[in-house]
Design a protein. Sequence first.
Lengths: 120, 109
Amino acid sequence: QVTLRESGPALVKLTETLTLTCTLSGLSLKNNRLCVSWLRQPPGKALEWLAVIDWDEDKNYNRSLKTRLTISMDTSKNQVVLTMTNMDPVDTATYYCARTESGLRWFESWGPGTLVTVSS
Amino acid sequence: DIQMTQSPSSLSASVGDRVTITCQASQDISNHLNWYQQRQGQAPKLLIYDASYLETGVPSRFSGSGSGTDFTFTISSLQPEDFATYFCQQYDNIAVIFTFGPGTKVDLK
């Protein structure tokens, strides 16, 4: 049973780069051929998928945000990292990482989320 | 890009009620449709995948149906722990695109 937990700054400033870390416990990213996505949810709004990385480090991004996003993994720490550049107040949201079914069809389990506020 | 709509956006119901939510895709997505429950202040939880398959451990009062562009999610007898927001989500696992509906909030009448 894998659990996920997001970590990162609660507050970033306009134009700064956000770096978020998802730490997995209970299963190995590589050995268990896991896929991990990042998603976000602005307050009171719908969910938006951002990016996914698989155990082989293949990556896919939301096309509308692709130029701002980088997803990577650190297998030694069993972590997946997301960076988002040029942050704006509209990027204020709760950011989630989620274990993604290996066929890239649904999100099987989620971290509790971390709220990131962008100040102007 | 495929757009997802849900109706209603909110509904009020009582414990024991049958609740039905619909999700519509802007184009044919076959059965590539999943449903999630999100309780206040919590992360979403997968309930139904591929339109009609119940995720392991999810109570049988939850069900889903549909294919193509029109999908339905049903709670057969609403329980106190079911007051939450429900989202549909479509996927294209070839292009790797995931899109969520705007959500339906179910609250107490």
